[in-house]
Design a protein around this ligand. Sequence first.
Ligand SMILES: [Zn+2]
Length: 332
Amino acid sequence: MEFEQNEEIEDKAAESRKAEKKRGFIEMVLPVLTLMTIANCIVILVLVINIGRKVNWLEQQVILLQDNVISVEARIEGSMLSDGSGFSDVFDIDGNVVDAAEAADIVEAAALEDTHKLEGREDSSDGIRRVYLTFDDGPSANTDKILDILEQYGVKATFFVVGKDGYAEQYRRIVEEGHTLAMHSYSHKYSEIYASLDAYKADLMKLHDFLYELTGEDCSVVRFPGGSSNTISHVNMWELIHYLNQENMVYFDWNVSSGDAASGGRSADQITSNVLDNIDKFDNAVVLFHDAVGKDTTVEALPVIIEKILESDNTVMLPIKQDTVRVQHLQE
Ligand SMILES: [Zn+2]
């Protein structure tokens, strides 16, 4: 009997030891499990954030790839010239035949200038849409026609000119009729001006002094051939931009392209819709046209474009000035 009782007591003691062991085990494991759960949550959170970043990175890569495709397509098109397999329709701004390397740059620049640049810096303003009509690569015979149309509608624009003899009257007309005489490049030869910072400086100063002598204007508004985002320059474009800053000059790109840069040309209807379908996207729309030799459809399209803009509410057309809201592809 006593023996049985002792056994019972021992059993109970053993059981309670077991229970205590179990409790001890749970007390030890519980914080570890909690810590592990927290750690897992952190890991999952980090993974989710990283996936988001990766998606952003991928989107950026796609945009870069698209830009590169334009550049490569233009290069291929240009390089075919050296094989003598066509593309005899690539001319410089004066309508002259150029060598294969320059032709490749011209085709590439035309492709770049044919695109709207939605990412261009542009701060919204006071509910008034400002449209800046800009004309590159003149003067030519088309410049007079464009000046006549602008005069007829009482509209002021901006001319990013090159250096050409025999057009003194056109440079002066631009200034006298209240438009902005702005600088593009004296030679407009990509291989020359983008060979080095010094080459760019020399070309721009030559143009500046040339225009000062002809018109008395101390020009300070600039547009880079191919734009600041061009893929042609052998010099880092920031070097050129810093140089302009030092000289107290300001550069402008565009956010709306009329599409008239293409060598093959565009119909007046295409040019008109390229402009009118896109200016509404911006409070400050800088529209890229060309008034070089052969840009006859630009002249043809201009009256309709101006009339439609004049009909738009709260919209003004202005020439670019130093203090105009900057539309620039490269942002500081
Ligand atoms: Zn140009």
